[in-house]
Design a binder for this molecule. Sequence first.
Ligand code: IMP
Ligand code: MG
Length: 214
Amino acid sequence: MAYIQIPDDEKGYKLDLFCVPKHYEEDLDQVIIPHGLIMDRTERLARDIVRDMGGHHIVVLCVLKGGYTFFADLLEYIKALNQNSDKSVPLTVDFIRLKSYCNDQSTNIVKVIGGDELSTLTGKNVLIVEDIVETGRTMETLLSLLSECNPKMVKVVSLLVKRTPRSSGYRPDYIGFEVPDWFLVGYALDYNEYFRDLSHICILNENAKEKYKV
Ligand code: IMP
Ligand code: MG
């Protein structure tokens, strides 16, 4: 499946070319993926998903918290397609909350903290919506939990996939962008809960990592 590759030598855009909240100006280096580009890519992912899953009822499962902005925007595009084409997919939504990160490090433990009983997904076509895949452990854990409930089909869409030697090799079915091994924030991607209220995807600087450390 095709995706946009952001190269390791990507320079991005200077912050002052875009609108960034005042309270984060000191914390960010460059804008790497402007909000408009995220939206354009999401629109196309929606089209690919409807093409492949069209005709079947799908449960769109949002992985909280990081996935919520992408989930909401992706759903809007899928709804627009449903309203304007011959082929359409009935949608229902569900949420699960997972946590595996502390500061800028993925921990080995993936915790499920909330959401409906996964057993409601038995026999359903499930589209998992995630913000970013790094080691792949979060998604592999969720997929193995889900498989115990025997869904009919499971597909995964992730806005970002990180190019990293820490990857387990796991790849989602749909990918928005492949990004270098950087710690990214914005568009709901957080650092200890900060930066979800930033529209663009940006690189966090070293000072900010200290400032918001827990
Ligand atoms: P994985 O289990 O290593 O694949 O990590 C996936 C989870 O870690 C994602 O769902 C994010 O919540 C978090 N994560 C990984 N990389 C980043 C990043 O660059 N910025 C913010 N969160 C990240
Ligand atoms: Mg996440």
